[in-house]
Design a protein around this ligand. Structure first.
Ligand code: T1G
Length: 688
């Protein structure tokens, strides 16, 4: 098929009032894949040669202007014409070329707009260069053109930060020339006609100069680097972006473009970018569940949250943030008021930080009501969200009460983090309406929502659970029923391996440092001290000094909240290695006759994280998770697994499954190694 034919169906071309309009239509987001680039190349050439056209508008059909290069093409051969070929054609045009933007002009899409002579947009449009979130940088002139229009410091914020700008803010920086009211195409055509009538210059961004001279630019860049050192940790892209912007300020345009491409290619092949591109698609794939496409989610327009504690209040906040009215319920008046007060304080904090307006804060608080009467509170709502203490008998009692009062068609959800959802569902007359919605603390912040399907949960309720994730701006991952579902279960071996390892020689601080250096904000001992040694798996009634954790708990060392734990803490809760805890560990090791030796950081990482990979593989082979990439999404968004590794399963593939299986045979014994992991290792397969 000719390339022209390939382009067919992707573009339309017409001339209106002497202005050519080239419209691209390539769902879902007009990504700049090969056929789109061919259509653009042909359309621009046609307009340039068309005497009836005095100017050219480039726009898109569908929901958005070009949302970037086609990420699915990365790693393969990038067929010509490439973006720079197209941008050169635009800049060579003797007629003004205007980008008409709606939706989200991102990455290569916004770079195309920057290569145009002028840019117009509807007020609701957003523009941005989010390549940093893919471990990349704008590789088609974005780091060279942005500072020429908006200045070095705005370019640093926009490109290293990666967050899009609304049209109004973009106009203030000069990145957008005009906001179009009403129909975008008509407005853009009128704008282009005015350019022609007024003889407006063919303003090529490449001919513009950066706002700072080289020395001032270098100083600004150094200051930015210093101020953001911590944010860059573990990632390569931010550093390369800063170098590319420095090139824009110190080199002629074409040399800067060349430097930008060198820095881009470094990133494209980096493990960090491969990992971050994996997560981009993994987050979207997580939403693809084995429920018939014609099964529509139910509407959730009102919620009752049962339990006004930390989780209940956080969950209520998440719904209020999404504009969903909430009734917060607790048996105890003081508890429900405490919960509501905490929610209102959260909104006040967001207002104080300028994150939301005062009116928005008031609106969200206005959606909150409280009640101590469960029956009347749950009767009218679409979703009842249980968040009471993790005790199966209490949850069964509460679900029986909910079942007696909730309307037919209401969804009954539990926030349980490890109890058997099927036993909770069995306490009701409608188990097909019961689902797990497992939030991670703080529930209004953490992006992960585990949607737990019980044996009898119906497809519409499962589909609604996933839709609630999107409604709350979270990443929903579907889980089967097991102890700990996906994230908590997969991460359990990290703690148990750490507790076993310190008996062999390393200190808690050495273990935590190795895990911090791998990329976790908190190591296992830092985390358990924060959560509380008494909270995770301590059986108070039967405690008998059988483990270091029991010994410490029996000594009233419960962590940060009480006398320290594996660390000692000063009054400002600053941690220091604890001689007391160290002695407990050493004595326990001696008593149990554990051979002592030193460990390298690499050995510590293997001992703690390979068993997590193994547990993740078991979660997949048991069908608890639909796919390995779901385990990655759950641990990255629920436990802060370092993004630049792609998650445990993606990381395992990069380490090499045969190496991991061989190590696990030693660490946990051959019988404990996941058969799926062993099979993939033997066949040269991969988890993701
Ligand atoms: N390439 C390929 N597919 C993409 C895509 C892209 N750039 N963006 C989205 N999709 C797919 C996505 O996988 C999903 O597919 C569907 O579109 C809907 O996406 C040279 C190198 C635009 C804000 O980083 O931020 O340009 O699951 O579910 O929530 O310098 O998609 O339906 O099969 O996210 O409405 C830079 C990435 C690329 C933008 C829409 N651009 N996309 O959000 O829908 S690198 C980006 C987004 C680049 C240049 C560099 C969002 C969105 P499926 P969705 P959404």
């Amino acid at each position: 098929m000719s390339e022209a034919a390939v382009a067919e169906g992707v573009s339309t071309y017409k001339v209106t009032d002497g202005v050519a309009v080239l419209a691209i239509d390539s769902p879902p987001v007009n990504a700049l894949g090969y056929s789109v680039r061919v259509a653009l190349d042909e359309g621009i050439s046609r307009a340039v040669a068309d005497d009836a056209a005095k100017a050219l508008i480039i726009r898109c059909d569908g929901r958005t202007f070009f949302a970037g290069a086609d990420i699915s093409e990365f790693g393969g051969e990038l067929r010509k014409p490439d973006l720079n070929d197209i941008f050169l054609a635009i800049e060579a045009s003797a007629k003004p070329v205007v980008a008409a933007i709606h939706g989200t002009a991102l990455g290569g899409g916004f770079e195309l707009a920057l290569a145009c002579h002028y840019r117009v947009a509807v007020a609701s449009a957003k523009v941005g260069l989010p390549e940093v979130s893919l471990g990349l940088l704008p590789g088609a002139g974005g780091t060279q053109r942005t500072p020429r229009i908006a200045g070095v410091e705005t370019a640093l914020e926009l490109i290293v930060g990666g967050r899009p700008l609304g049209a109004a803010k973009a106009q203030k920086t000069g990145l957008i020339d005009e906001i179009i009211e009403g129909d975008l195409e008509a407005g853009a055509v009128a704008y282009a006609r005015k350019l022609v009538e007024e003889g407006a210059p063919l303003r090529r961004v490449r001919d513009m100069s950066v706002d700072l001279d080289p020395e001032a630019a270098k100083a600004a860049i150094e200051a930015y680097r210093a101020a953001h050192k911590r944010d860059f940790r573990g990632f390569k892209a931010p550093g390369n972006i800063v170098k590319a912007i420095e090139a824009a300020a110190t080199l002629p345009f074409d040399e800067g473009l060349k430097r930008e491409w060198e820095l881009f290619e470094e990133l494209m092949s980096s493990s960090e970018s491969i990992a971050q591109r994996h997560l981009f698609f993994a987050e979207r794939t997580a939403g693809k569940i084995p429920v018939a496409r014609d099964v529509k989610p139910l509407v959730v327009a009102s919620v009752a949250v049962i339990g006004a504690g930390t989780m209940g209040s956080g969950i209520a906040t998440a719904f209020l943030n999404a504009g969903v009215p909430v009734t917060l319920v607790d048996r105890d008046e003081a508890a429900v008021e405490r919960g509501a007060g905490g929610i209102r304080k959260t909104f006040a904090g967001l207002v104080a930080k300028g994150r939301i307006t005062e009116a928005e804060g008031d609106r969200r608080s206005g959606l909150l009501t409280t009640s101590t009467d469960l029956a009347s509170a749950v009767a009218p709502v679409d979703l009842v969200m249980e968040a009471v203490f993790e005790d199966i008998d209490l949850k069964k009692t509460v679900f029986a009460q909910i079942d007696a009062a909730a309307k037919q068609g209401a969804i009954l959800a539990s926030n349980t983090s490890f109890l058997d959802l099927d036993r909770i569902a069995a306490a009701t007359s409608r188990p097909e309406w019961v689902i797990g919605l497992h939030f991670f603390a703080p529930a209004n912040i953490m992006r992960l929502l585990e949607v737990v399907r019980g044996a009898k949960t119906s497809d519409p309720v499962i589909a609604t659970g996933m839709a609630i994730g999107r409604q709350l701006g979270k990443i929903a991952v579907l889980s089967g029923v097991c102890d700990g579902f996906i994230a908590n279960r997969a991460m359990t071996p990290r703690m148990s391996s750490a507790e076993a390892l310190v008996l062999e020689g390393p200190t808690p601080a050495q273990v935590d440092k190795a895990i911090n250096d791998y990329g976790f904000a908190m190591g296992p001992f830092q985390m358990i001290d924060l959560v509380g040694l008494d909270v995770i798996g301590w059986d108070r009634e039967n405690s008998a000094g059988r483990t270091v954790q029991e010994v410490l708990c029996e000594m009233d060392r419960w962590g940060q909240k009480k006398n320290g734990g594996y660390y000692d803490y000063d009054e400002a809760r600053r941690a220091s290695p604890s001689p007391v805890a160290e002695k407990v560990i050493r004595d326990f090791a001696e008593k149990t006759g554990v051979p002592q030796r030193s460990f390298t950081d690499a050995e510590i990482v293997e001992r703690l994280l390979y068993p997590v990979v193994n547990e993740g593989a078991r979660i997949v082979e048991e069908g608890i998770a639909l796919r390995a990439s779901d385990v990655d999404v759950a641990l990255v968004t629920g436990y802060g697994w370092p993004v630049w590794t792609g998650g445990p399963m993606c990381w395992a593939d990069s380490v090499g499954l045969p190496k991991i299986v061989a190590a696990l045979d030693e660490i946990i014994g051959p019988d404990a190694v996941s058969p799926l992991l062993r099979k993939l290792a033997a066949e040269g397969g991969s988890l993701t």
